[in-house]
Design a protein around this ligand. Structure first.
Ligand SMILES: Cc1cc2nc3c(=O)[nH]c(=O)nc-3n(C[C@H](O)[C@H](O)[C@H](O)COP(=O)(O)OP(=O)(O)OC[C@H]3O[C@@H](n4cnc5c(N)ncnc54)[C@H](O)[C@@H]3O)c2cc1C
Length: 484
């Protein structure tokens, strides 16, 4: 059967599924394409709310540009001129210590410092914590090839205090994970590589900084330069909306839940999928890209591919909640010079992190207003993702009031609950995904995309969608050649 007569279903219209559908459409413009989603809208977790002049990101806040794929995709979609860099006046992060905000030492990047002086004078660490961090220079690199947890790696290199006071809150603010289980190699493998190559993370960071400086001064690059994180003027939902708008009119099928999936062979010998929705209505497809959360993909695949289903079902997820509060700027008395703050676990706070959304990106609030967003839950306090708004809001406001010296009540408050949305990259994740990929490669009419594969960030999810589309086209092309 020629490729343009083939039918593809993409399950899930989040950024992964929409990116897969968009890429598939480019590669096979005449093939039949359907994108199923159980919700009444596209975008998956990406949700931008526009209310009373505020722009509120209900889940992802912005995305990283060091994975360049999404910026390129925005260019291709014609929306790159809407990309906005973070406000250069506030590109610092605070860390909470004993209910006070302190700036993260300048040059401290996720796991390690690139400058020693700011670390030496920070009030966040004790003198013995600083001394232990400086000893990192002299600690020999591990000779083992085995993966290790984030906690074990950072404690081994930089000491317990740097882990507890700096790294744990910074990493929790991204992965919402348990550091005793989070795999270094599945999340931030470049730090292990730095240890190997330079013998010390501090030495590696300083070297990297020098290289970056040289590259910057020699760069003749023209065109737009973006900060490390960017968003879109219309909000992150714009990306999903634009991807969907570039698909054929009949492609997106909303309120359509893939309840059951069966594989069967036609009389002609073609392998097909039959997908049944919540109303018992079944449709058949030549191929399926699964861009649903891994536990949903597992549920659908287990009857046909037990080992694959079992591997996917073994990926745990944490839940989070995003609480957004808007104030008149005069109500927030604390003078702020950063974009947000992270809270170490040892502070026993219900909050993982907070961001000053309208300082980070000015367009998000009317003049004279302050939009504050709080990230709560995760592996640290999973119960928070399940709490009602009535339980969450007082807890969060009580915590923020002394921290930011807030007077009175917010003029707007919203809560978004995200149960089971953050896949946990525990030790063993890389091996699990390696086996998932090996099995998937052998199944002719199936490909996988999503945030459980190679990274949770939107650019990596989008790239996973593109890769899945390319894999499925390759498989179908090969199949159509062998069947002629
Ligand atoms: C609170 C929060 C904050 C985040 N912050 C950031 C950030 O600042 N920057 C960043 O880069 N990333 C961030 N992330 C991560 C990132 O947003 C997600 O990893 C990414 O958007 C996931 O996209 P996805 O398409 O893989 O999955 P999803 O967005 O979950 O989409 C999956 C889709 O599948 C549908 N579906 C499920 N089951 C079925 C079924 N059986 N049939 C049909 N449809 C089905 C669902 O309805 C959903 O629409 C954040 C995530 C959360 C939750």
């Amino acid at each position: 059967m020629p490729l343009n007569k083939k039918t593809l279903a993409v399950l899930g219209a989040g950024i992964s599924g929409l990116s897969a559908a968009y890429r598939f459409r480019k590669l096979c413009p005449d093939a039949t394409l359907r994108v199923w989603d159980r919700r009444e809208r596209t975008g998956g977790v990406l949700t931008t709310l526009h209310r009373d002049g505020y722009q509120i990101e209900q889940s992802a806040d912005n995305f990283i540009t060091t994975v360049p794929y999404l910026v390129s995709l925005c260019r291709e979609l014609g929306i790159a001129d809407e990309l906005i860099s973070t406000n250069p006046r506030f590109r610092r992060t605070y860390v909470v210590r004993k209910k006070n905000l302190y700036l993260l030492p300048d040059g401290f990047l996720m796991l390690a410092p690139s400058k020693m002086y700011p670390l030496a004078i920070t009030p966040i660490l004790s003198p013995s914590g600083k001394l232990r961090a400086a000893l990192e220079y002299f600690i020999p690199p591990s000779q083992s090839d085995d993966d290790e947890t984030m906690k074990s790696f950072v404690t081994r290199r930089l000491g317990r205090e740097v882990f507890e006071r700096l790294v744990e809150p910074l990493v929790s603010g991204v992965y919402a994970a348990d550091m005793n289980q989070l795999s270094l190699m599945a999340t931030l493998p470049r730090f292990r590589e730095m240890e190997r190559q330079h013998g010390s993370l501090i030495r590696a960071m300083r070297y990297q900084m020098k290289i970056n400086k040289q590259a910057k001064s020699q760069s003749q690059e023209s065109g737009a330069r973006y900060s490390m994180f960017v968003t879109l003027r219309g909000g992150l939902s714009r990306i999903a909306d634009t991807l969907a708008a570039n698909l054929p009119n009949d492609a997106i099928q909303l309120n359509k839940y893939a309840e059951k999936l069966e594989s069967f062979t036609e009389e002609s010998g073609n392998l097909k999928w039959r997908i049944t929705d919540q109303n018992g209505f079944a449709e058949s497809y030549d191929a399926v890209i699964f861009a649903t959360p891994s536990y949903e993909t597992a549920r659908l695949l287990t009857p046909t591919y037990q080992r694959l289903g079992g591997l996917l079902a073994g990926i745990e997820h944490s839940g989070t909640a995003i609480i957004t509060l808007a104030f008149d700027a005069s109500q927030v008395k604390k003078r702020l010079s950063g974009m947000g703050f992270v809270v170490p676990k040892i502070e026993n706070s219900p909050i993982l992190a907070g961001s000053f959304s309208s300082m980070k990106y000015e367009h998000r609030a009317p003049e004279g207003k302050q939009l504050i967003r709080v990230f709560a839950g995760g592996a640290r306090s999973p119960e928070m993702a399940d709490m009602s708004d009535e339980q969450l809001l007082p807890l969060v406001k009580k915590e923020l009031r002394p921290l930011l010296k807030i007077d009175g009540e917010p003029e707007l408050e919203t809560v978004a609950h995200w149960q089971r949305t953050m896949p946990q990259y525990h030790l063993g994740h890389l091996e699990r995904i390696r086996e998932v990929n090996e099995i998937t490669a052998k199944i002719p009419h199936l490909a996988l995309a999503g945030n459980f594969l190679e990274g949770v960030g939107i650019p990596v999810c989008s790239l996973s969608g593109q890769n899945a589309a390319e894999q499925i086209v390759e498989k179908m092309r090969w199949k159509s050649l062998t069947s002629t």
